[in-house]
Ligand binder design. Structure first.
Ligand code: EPU
Length: 300
């Protein structure tokens, strides 16, 4: 399975074929991607997008794979993994991190530099790009709380550094208008590293107590509805432990579906629909998915 090219016309970007995606997700579920690349720079990313556009090939950006359910049949287009665009640098009380950097690496850099503000994000898996794109967060804070700037690139190659205030965002949502995150600048506050470490530890302990962190999952499956918690509603509907194949509603936290061994995406999707149905009947609430499926966008 040597390098191949996205289109037969131009051979500018080496791509792998039939790359397994399951090991690149925290769920450990899903089939292969027809084509797979790992650009190292913004210009390589742009070249890949241009190539995909010319070939009418659908594409999606893969970050940490921690909030993703890949279909069993895999992905029929081009997966663009940003794992090689992962530099993190500290500049005074700011941290500039590329999209593919794990959020945990940014937290480590902040701790080493004695910079506070990211502690609420402790324990969130995934990458900076993913965290920005969905405004990842916890009950104590979210990604946009500390973001000052983001660099975004449109599929047509237009690159723009945008103040975070100009990116509409809400709970678990950021409106990027189809653009891809290249990097983010976090504005933090100097603080005692021991105090920062204590707050990180405290958040990790709470998370470990409440969530099935040792199991394969994609974190919370549903967004919390306004003024309530999806986990509470699913629990109250008596669905903890409900199982389809190897996919199970976690007995630890009802808003997690865990892959006990060899769950299929179809099992998870069935369980998702079943949960939505049961919760609608029990509480009248329609739960909205937080977990994403790879998009099939192809830019003309
Ligand atoms: N609850 C139950 N049963 C359960 C789980 C929860 O009754 O099985 C109740 C809890 O007792 C609590 C309420 O539901 O009263 C909320 O639960 P929790 O404090 O665990 O927080 P959450 O709203 O379920 C949110 C985020 C998590 C984040 C935690 C901690 C969402 C969808 N989830 O969970 O984020 O880690 O707060 O800050 O916003 C994620 O987004 O993937 C995620 C895990």
């Amino acid at each position: 399975m040597g390098p191949t090219a996205i289109a037969t016309t131009t051979l500018s970007i080496p791509a792998r074929r039939n790359e397994p995606l399951a090991p690149r997700t925290t769920f450990g579920i899903g089939g292969p991607s027809r084509l797979f690349i790992e650009p190292r720079t913004g210009s390589e990313l742009h070249a890949a997008l241009a190539e995909a556009r010319r070939g009418g090939i659908p594409w999606f950006i893969l970050g940490g794979g921690s909030n993703l359910l890949v279909p069993d049949a895999g992905y029929p287009g081009l997966t663009i993994h940003l794992g090689r665009m992962s530099r993190v640098r500290v500049e005074g009380d700011r941290i500039v991190a590329e999209a593919g950097a794990p959020l945990s690496a940014v937290l480590c850099a902040a701790l080493r530099a004695g910079l506070s503000g990211l502690e609420p994000l402790a324990g969130i898996p995934g990458t900076v790009g993913g965290a920005v794109a969905m405004n990842a967060g916890t009950r104590s804070g979210e990604t946009f709380d500390t973001i000052e700037w983001v660099t975004l690139v449109s599929p047509s190659g237009r690159c723009e550094r945008v103040p975070a205030g100009r990116v509409p965002h809400a709970y678990r949502r950021a409106e990027l208008s189809g653009r891809i995150v290249l990097d983010a600048t976090f504005r933090l506050r100097p603080d005692d590293p021991a105090a920062i470490r204590d707050r990180i530890t405290e958040n990790l302990v709470l998370k470990r107590q409440a969530q099935p962190l040792a199991a394969k999952s994609a974190g919370c499956i549903f967004k919390n509805p306004p003024n309530d918690a999806a986990g509470r509603l699913i629990d109250r509907a008596g669905l903890k432990g409900l199982r389809v194949g190897d996919a199970e509603v976690s007995r630890v936290h009802a808003n997690f579906i865990v892959n006990r061994a060899n769950a299929r995406a179809a099992d998870v999707l069935y369980l998702i629909r079943r949960i939505q149905h049961e919760v609608r009947i029990a509480s009248g609430v329609s739960l909205e998915l937080e977990v994403k499926l790879p998009s099939l966008r192809a830019d003309a």
